[in-house]
Design a protein around this ligand. Sequence first.
Ligand code: IMP
Length: 417
Amino acid sequence: MNKAVIGLQWGDEGKGKIVDYLSEEFDLVVRYQGGNNAGHTVIVDGTTYKLNLIPSGIIRGKVCYLGQGVVLDPIHFYNEYGQIIKTIESPKIFLSSNISLILEYHKQLDKINELILKNEKKIGTTSKGIGPAYQDKVGRKSIKLYDLKSKNIIEEKLETIKKFYDPILESFDESKINIDKTIQDLLSFYESVKELIVDNSFIKKEFKNKKILFEGAQGALLDLDHGSYPFVTSSNTVSSNIVIGSAMQVDYKTVGIFKAYATRVGNGPFPSELFDNVGDYIAEKGVEIGTVTKRKRRCGWLDLVSLKYSCEINRVDELCITKADVLNNLSEIKVCKSYNSKKYEEVNFSDSVILESLSLDDNDFESFSSWGEIKDLSNFENLPENLKKFISYIEEYLSIPIKIISLGPERNQTIIR
Ligand code: IMP
């Protein structure tokens, strides 16, 4: 059966490691949304791999595919692919010809978008041009990978784009669109990657009846429609976007992945956020620093209310918990089980004003005793009793089994039940 690995929080749940782990039994690993706003750090046998666009299945030599729902920055892809070629023997990567590109002016517009918002209204984007690139896609202005075959088509599209954006760029003292340079850059990019570009029909035919692993980027609570708007990313991160973003009409099982606590980068509501030294401790012990932006992540207790919502909107079949080892030495571990006594069905998770107005109290949390160091990772039964109680509580709350327990960055720090 095909599988999808989907983040259930605000991203950074550890999808990269789990995709690397699971990809052994799959033929193809597919990204279907987002761009280089995602960041994965995968450690295999002491070697650290840093990936933004290319699925972590590449480390095991699996064929990787970036589907039409991805937005691709040519400069970034060229560099990331260059690194991969140096470290992995004959990597196999395909790009959908229908992918929309992120160009320089998207990054400038991302900056302007943030600039015009007042302090607390700023989204805190990754500044990679993601939002403006998706805006162009919806606005029917994108330059697609398939356009790069023709200088004339690129030129014609850029002329329209220039008319549209130059007045804005100019009024914010940003450099205007340089058509000649952009064309030259795109044509030379095309020359270096044209062997990787395929039509959707190719990948469908080539991988018919093969096993596919879909790699989500960001997390369900950053989904454009389901997340805390406007503090979201600009794509649909949920599993139902797989069919559109990959153009593959296949069935799959969904593995929902979450950290044993919660983190968020950028602004937006975070009901279980910690503002004390426990939050600082988790950030430090968990090395909670953004892979893409190097910003310190905000930390809080695991939020089961939003997790239940994420499981529902993704139709999660099974769960994976990561980084419980970060909490080992805390004397008390909490999980959020209600929002001011409200159940998740009563919360509007896409209205950030409502979410921001919540103020949780002790009754909204369940408390667990410390489980101490985890000495034996050989199987679930040998885990500390208090950690098993914590895991059982989550399973009961969500009515979904936790099948994968990741307790460290290496492949062998993973328990499968
Ligand atoms: P954008 O995707 O760069 O437009 O950023 C929108 C919001 O999503 C910001 O709060 C970012 O910090 C957040 N975000 C985007 N990608 C990721 C990710 O991969 N992990 C965590 N947060 C992300």
